[in-house]
Write a new protein. Structure first.
Ligand code: SAM
Ligand code: GLN
Length: 277
């Protein structure tokens, strides 16, 4: 099949499936699955594409048309300059999480020992470890599959200053938690009752364990605050709808003061805790 025909079939299929930016998606998939740039798509448009290659490309188009997030189809996502391999065992790292990491890097670049609790693809841990090369980063997750992928992502990016630990929240981490200065986490925080109203792309394709924060969305934070030792600096991603609930939880927390910060959209999406003076 000629490239021009392949591109046109694909664009139509995506547009009919209600994918808005179908032209852009055609180009993204061509780059990944046909190794062709945007310029190639014009200059080589009369070239024949061999069937196995064309079929692989069309299968990817089909996945996007069926509503699967393009990041899973491409198999990777770029996060603060680091390319992360993705699988359905991990959440697709989000822009607001990049903002969280930027806050941490700006405030903590002379700190040494960090922990990323619920590392998923390894996004936060890899970004911290690579942008603060003198750091030691502990990356934990309750999911074995996620942890294996996070470890692979660190290796692929030549990052060697991360230690990976399978663990549930911060319970039982006492031995190394002692040395950790900065705790960072983007935990599951969607209320169980809201799970059904999530975007279909999220609900049908991203792991529930990464999203479902229990009845009030606060299960993870409740347990985290209960086991938080004195004297840490903590950076948490939160839902904009949970500030009241989090203020309630923080009331029982001794030895800490806290603040909320907004993301670039102006929503309170980060909670930062510091030891009281
Ligand atoms: N840190 C990644 C990011 O920002 O893209 C993933 C965040 S995802 C919202 C939450 C992650 O926490 C998932 O990888 C999930 O497996 C993990 N998780 C859920 N419950 C956990 C628990 N109790 N203890 C440790 N990790 C947990
Ligand atoms: N921001 C994600 C979403 O809107 C949720 C991530 C999380 O629960 N930490 O789907």
């Amino acid at each position: 099949m000629r490239l021009q025909q392949l591109a046109e079939i694909s664009r139509k299929k995506l547009a009919e499936a209600g994918i808005d930016n179908s032209r852009f998606v055609v180009l993204l998939l061509a780059k990944e699955f046909l190794s062709l740039s945007g310029a190639d798509m014009i200059l080589k448009n009369t070239e024949e594409i061999e069937s196995p290659l064309a079929n692989r490309y069309l299968a990817a188009v089909e996945r996007v048309a069926s509503g699967e997030p393009i990041d899973y189809v491409l198999g990777f996502r770029d996060f603060l300059g680091i390319r992360l391999k993705l699988s359905h065992s991990v959440l697709i790292p989000r822009n607001e999480t990049e903002e969280l990491v930027e806050i941490v890097i700006a405030s903590e670049n002379s700190s040494r020992v960090f922990a990323d609790i619920g590392t998923g693809s390894g996004a936060i841990a890899c970004a911290l470890a690579s942008h603060i090369p003198s750091a030691i980063v502990y990356a934990t997750d309750i999911s074995k599959e996620a942890l294996a992928l996070a470890e692979e992502n660190a290796k692929r990016n030549g990052i060697h200053n991360i230690k990976f630990i399978e663990a549930n929240n911060i319970e039982g981490l006492d031995s190394f938690l002692e040395h950790v200065e900065v705790l960072v986490s983007n935990p599951p925080y969607i209320r169980t009752t809201d799970m059904n109203s999530l975007d279909l792309a999220v609900r049908n394709h991203e792991p529930r364990i990464a999203l479902d924060g229990g009845e009030d969305g606060l299960d993870f934070y409740r347990k985290f605050f209960r086991h938080l030792p004195f004297g840490k600096r903590v950076y948490l991603e939160i839902s904009q709808y949970e500030t009241e609930g989090l203020i309630g939880l923080a009331r029982d927390l001794r030895g800490y003061c806290y603040e909320f910060r907004k993301d670039f959209l102006g929503n309170y999406r980060f909670m930062i805790l510091h030891p009281e003076d």
